[in-house]
Design a protein around this ligand. Sequence first.
Ligand SMILES: C[S@@+](CC[C@H](N)C(=O)[O-])C[C@H]1O[C@@H](n2cnc3c(N)ncnc32)[C@H](O)[C@@H]1O
Length: 313
Amino acid sequence: MYSENPMHDVVRVMKAFLSNQLARFAPSIYVKVTHQTGRGDESGDAKEVAAYFAMCVKEYFEKLDIAPADYAAYLKGKKILEYGPGDVLGVALLMYAHGADAVHCVDRFPLSQISGKSLRIYWEILNALDANKKDRALGAFKEFGKPESGFNPEAIAYTVTPDGLSGKKRHYDLIISRAVLEHVNDLEKTMQDISDALKTNGVSIHQVDLKSHGLDRYKPYDFLTWPEVLFKLMYSHKGFPNRWRVDKYRELAAKSGLRIRHMSPTGQLAMHDVAAIQPKLARQFRNIPGEELSWLGFWVLVEHPAVNAADRS
Ligand SMILES: C[S@@+](CC[C@H](N)C(=O)[O-])C[C@H]1O[C@@H](n2cnc3c(N)ncnc32)[C@H](O)[C@@H]1O
């Protein structure tokens, strides 16, 4: 393990262990105490947050190779699952506005709520839409045009489940997530849930952020040097990064019966930074080639193999 100040690291282990127990046994209290509120917290302007959700949707469609003019045709009749939406269901609202039949959001932590800030964000999203889409989006609420009444679950449903799993079988046409898979507590279960919940001709797109999320202490990626057992004691229940690298995603996709249609990095660490940390890596990262280790994040599109191959022929 890499350290420049062992005493400092011992104190960190103790504090992190205690807060991990709080997150394990009282996740709602943990969320409140640590102010894990996400995009709808008081930082950031509602317009900027609304623009973030618009960008997320645009990027999902770019990965699907679907032009804006074709969003509605693509989404017609489709059911979407979003893992880990955070506290504002902005992507869900936009997907519904663009024509999705229904959007279900599933999370492990109960973050989504109607607040002054989230209402301002929903109105920014609504007001940026053209008249037809806005009209459709206004119908996503329990009372037409009243975001404060909450979402009509037939249009946009939000569920909090153990491990953040949907538990559905062959139910969704499109499954998405952004900045979520690196936080899930059991990546194997989540990957299997994606495989189970995805219709045989569906597609699933994820943007994964492999950075340390503030856990590096002295050098880039030194969070990968904590032995796994210590890292789990400190962070396993808090929604912190699970540390899995791209090799694990490949392995679990194959294990769950999914084919990777596309995978590409969103950024890479300099090779001299990778080399500096490689000799101290925790055991499970030691055999990963330097180039793969350097990935700071990635996009991945997965699907069921046989049926999609048949569809394309
Ligand atoms: C960094 S936030 C990203 C929120 C949102 N997707 C965005 O782009 O702003 C991570 C989200 O993943 C959720 N999460 C953590 N563990 C999860 C799990 N096992 N299953 C589903 N969601 C999970 C968190 O509660 C949170 O909503």
